[in-house]
Design a protein around this ligand. Structure first.
Ligand SMILES: [Zn+2]
Length: 69
């Protein structure tokens, strides 16, 4: 017995891990949806930004204390 779904290549969405059917009409592949795709792109951009710019060590409490006292 053959299952129809055996023909389809399936991958796990890098964003949320959901099973995604890899097919031409799925323009978000390998993501399950536009949301996951944009999320991933956003992380990419953030990563690049961090690497390109100077190291960001955010310590708002320290800055506020120094300003205050
Ligand atoms: Zn997803």
């Amino acid at each position: 017995m053959k299952r129809a779904s055996d023909k389809q290549l399936r991958v796990a969405c890098p964003g949320c891990g959901a099973e995604v059917v890899w097919e031409a009409r799925n323009k978000y592949r390998p993501f399950c949806s536009e949301r996951c795709r944009l999320m991933d792109l956003g992380q990419w951009a953030a990563e690049r930004y961090r690497v390109a710019g100077e190291p960001v060590e955010q310590e708002p409490a320290d800055v506020a204390a120094g300003k205050d006292e």
